[in-house]
Design a protein around this ligand. Structure first.
Ligand code: ARG
Length: 461
């Protein structure tokens, strides 16, 4: 028996080896509800153009609904002979409606415009799930920041102590990139909400079908401008894969910090028992597995983007079968994020910040040196000289094994006559933090303003 969808021209086949290679039902089956929605919309367009009577349209919709129920209940599944979800569902439709009616549905459409539309419907649905998960993580980060309005921590560059910052400021620095990821998803969706249905195989159809009607029926904003572009492009898919990667990378950077912070050396956080794991051999162990899996899975999500772009880069227009390879990478990124994000958010929501330990280390590593240099600038010393003087002061302290705060008035004067006792006013962590009160700064007042800005940005997406 020749291939079910193209029997006419063929005397034989497909070979079992070809069939095995070609098959996609094991992964594209999850597109079945979208395929059926597309078929209903297409039937409506066929009826509007006069190719189905009102009764036929009603019967077609009823048969597609019945097929949908069978698929949902597991009563209709892919057969060995089905190549993909589209061919399987045509078989199912004909089983229910008969070949007379069921055989009419394929007019004026191709699996090429079908699949290009269905992947958009799938991604739009899952973008909403992922967006809600990301928004929840942002809300949890903001709530944790709000719990600690004045707690300081060592701010780092190059992982070295740099300047003290508020814990809340640092947590919000992880929230903002995720807010932008939500904005990226919203912006992406305006491009994704365009329907390729009606593009046919590549050149459109002679049947005068209303592509805008199909788009409306599917809840999309409109139809594509170009049928070749509609069937051949996958930039919408690749852009989604990028946003998924960016989310995974942003989560991974926070994960890396949670892993570091939970070590004995840092001691900045204690993970909740329910959100950490033990060891099968070492009874004392408590491991940050969620954070490690977040860091690890980001590699896999990035790989999905890289693989998809590599698939696309050499393809001539229009449809090529290579495009069947577009689905598994984004399905995997979706499944990965939908499992990862709730676990990650739970870990962040339940961990304890060891604020005393953070406060104790906030002034370590001469992290107030910049405050001294800027104090000198306010005393009308050129910054170049102020930097030099403060550097000498740090060296002076290092040689004597003391901190900046421990310097006596005499010792300050010994390093430079500019260093009067008044400089001691800036040698405190709260003072240093409170002084950085400009927009985006780390002072408690600036951070409160920043925090207040999160909710409106979430509401706007
Ligand atoms: N299963 C294919 C895909 O995922 C759609 C079928 C198009 N096949 C074809 N021979 N034109 O892209």
């Amino acid at each position: 028996e020749a291939g079910a969808l193209w029997g006419g021209r063929f005397s034989d086949g497909p070979a079992p080896e070809l069939a095995r290679l070609s098959k996609s039902t094991h992964f594209d089956w999850q597109l079945a509800p979208y395929d059926l929605a597309g078929s209903k919309a297409h039937a409506t367009a066929l009826a509007a153009a006069g190719y189905l009577t009102t009764d036929e349209l009603a019967d077609m919709h009823a048969a597609l609904d019945e097929l949908g129920r069978r698929v949902a209940a597991g009563g209709f599944t892919a057969a060995e002979s089905d190549e993909d979800v589209h061919s399987a569902l045509e078989r199912g439709l004909i089983e229910i409606a008969g070949a007379g009616l069921g055989g009419k549905l394929r007019a004026g459409r191709s699996r090429n415009d079908q699949i290009a539309t269905l992947i958009r419907l799938y991604l739009l649905d899952h973008a909403r799930v992922i967006g809600a998960d990301v928004a929840e993580l942002v809300r949890v980060l903001a709530a944790r920041a709000a719990e600690h309005p004045e707690a300081p921590m060592p701010g780092r560059t190059h992982l070295q102590h740099a300047q003290p910052v508020l814990l809340a400021h640092h947590l919000l620095a992880h929230a903002w990139p995720l807010v932008r990821d939500l904005e990226r998803l919203a912006d992406w969706s305006t491009r994704a909400q365009v329907s390729p249905y009606g593009s046919g195989a590549l050149a459109g159809s002679t049947l005068g079908l209303d592509a805008e009607l199909v788009a409306r029926e599917l809840g999309l904003a409109g139809a594509v401008e170009n049928s070749i572009d509609g069937t051949a492009s996958r930039d919408v898919t690749a852009e989604f894969a990028f946003i998924a990667s960016m989310i995974a990378v942003n989560v991974s950077r926070l994960a890396e910090e949670v892993i570091l912070w939970s070590t004995a050396e840092f001691g900045f956080v204690t993970l909740h028992d329910a959100w950490s794991t033990g060891s099968s051999i070492m009874p004392q162990k408590k491991n940050p597995d969620i954070a490690e899996l977040a860091r690890g899975k980001s590699g896999r999500v990035i790989g999905n983007l890289a693989g998809l772009l590599a698939t696309l880069k050499g393809l001539p227009l229009a449809y090529n079968r290579d495009l069947q390879e577009d689905k598994e990478p984004v399905f995997d990124s979706v499944e990965t994020l939908e499992v990862l994000l709730p676990a990650f958010t739970g870990m962040i929501a339940t961990l304890t910040f060891e604020t005393e330990r953070m406060a104790e280390l906030a002034p370590a590593g001469f992290s107030l040196a910049t405050d001294v240099a800027e104090w000198l600038v306010k005393e009308h010393v050129a910054f170049r000289d102020a930097h030099e003087i403060t550097g000498e002061l740090v060296g002076y302290c290092e040689q004597r094994g003391i901190t900046l705060e421990q310097l006596s008035d005499e010792q300050l004067a010994e390093v430079s006559p500019h260093l009067t006792p008044a400089v001691k006013a800036v040698l405190s962590v709260p003072g240093s933090i409170a002084a950085r009160d400009g927009r985006g700064g780390t002072s408690p007042a600036s951070v409160q303003r920043q925090l207040a800005g999160i909710a409106p940005r979430l509401e706007a997406v």
